[in-house]
Design a protein around this ligand. Sequence first.
Ligand SMILES: *Cc1c(COP(=O)(O)O)cnc(C)c1O
Length: 473
Amino acid sequence: MDSKDFRKHAHELVDWMADYFEQVEQYPVKSQVKPKEIYNQLPVHAPQEGEDMETIFKDFKEIIIPGITHWQHPKFLAYFPANTSFPSILGEMLTATLGSQCMIWDTSPAAAELEERIMNWIKELIGIPLDFEGVIQDTASTATLTAIITAREQSSDYNINDNGIEKNNLRVYCSSEAHSSVEKAVKIMGLGRKSLVKVNTDKGLSMCPIDLEKSILQDINNGEKPICVIAAIGTTGTTSIDPLEEISLICSKYNIWLHVDAAYAGSALMLPEYQWMIRGIERADSFVFNAHKWLFTNFDCSVYFIKDKEALIRTFEVLPEYLKTKSRGLVNDYRDWGVPLGRRFRALKLWFVLRNYGVKGIQEKLRFHIKLAKQFTEWIVDSDDFELLIPTKLNLVCFRYKPSNINDEDALSRLNETIMNNLNNDGSIYLTHTKIHDQYTLRVCIGQTYVKEHHVYESWLLISEMARKTILH
Ligand SMILES: *Cc1c(COP(=O)(O)O)cnc(C)c1O
């Protein structure tokens, strides 16, 4: 392919991309294919001879698209959204075109400096104290791993990096509602699952600070060494919010690293009315939120802030001869700020999004989603046979169908699971579930970039119809 062919195909693809957004509602939200259906349509061996773009693109449309779940469908209500947006896609196209490897300042100064500037913008926008510094990570999972490793090094006076773990008495704390990435991190780090203490939550599924302090004291008395607490601002199951102020005071008292996982709800900090969620942040050590969830920036783009930049760099820096440069020390070499050496130019798409929407445009969208979720919540509360299972905090609604003649908990769980599967197999909407106090809970998260009021209303009608239809069978 030469640049002339590239130009032609690129124009065709951009047309397809614009059409996709205009026509995305024609697809079933959740892919309806069976296991191996896509795999078996693909040739066993790679082609020996090059193929033309027409053929490849035809296969993309005919083989790949049926196996896609449409995360950009406005009736995608499952998990948390992984939004994209037009400015984000445009930025990503340029990132792919430049193909820059942004591991150190020298390998693309603009990438490093744009990232530094944008992290400062976001710091201001979401109310992170000025003494924190930001860096973009691929995912929140990586950011949390980075945080706990830094905590480990700082607490061992950087000894474990040199000598390995001599005595594994290290302890990490999170609530029983924390994201699975915390458990994954302690496994990867070689601390083992036994090092992770899962603290009880209250009725609203927020961490109990009293139980946290009790666990810490008990561990210290038993000769264990608490190194890190992870507080969740917006849990994945229900967007519950751990009481950061109280947790941060406990961490200060015992000198324990406090990492804040706001992977999803962090976007809402751009709204002054949600700043209360991070009261106490000045006593935290690190913080992560995913721009690739609810900030209209396509995956991957995770924003990580850390108070003690030197602790981070001291933990992760390895300086082989081939990476030594003259600019060292004068600029940010982000390869030292996390796990991978190589880094994509992720700041570009985020810059496009922040500039094209503007702060006001983003705030408007977030408030709109929150308003739609409030409306949906009211429909649930006002109906006779649906039950809200936890107060709606942001744009995630947790509920179940509970007709008055069914009281058996197991029967209700089975019924709600069936309703959800029927809805997802129908293809018009896509939702997922969680468990709240052992009750099977339907989750509807209203945060897709281009969702409108009528999408939410139609989804509610469908859910209530399907529920009543399911019980008749
Ligand atoms: C989504 C989520 C994560 C994981 O995010 P990745 O970027 O996919 O690693 C971590 N914590 C919470 C609370 C989340 O909602």
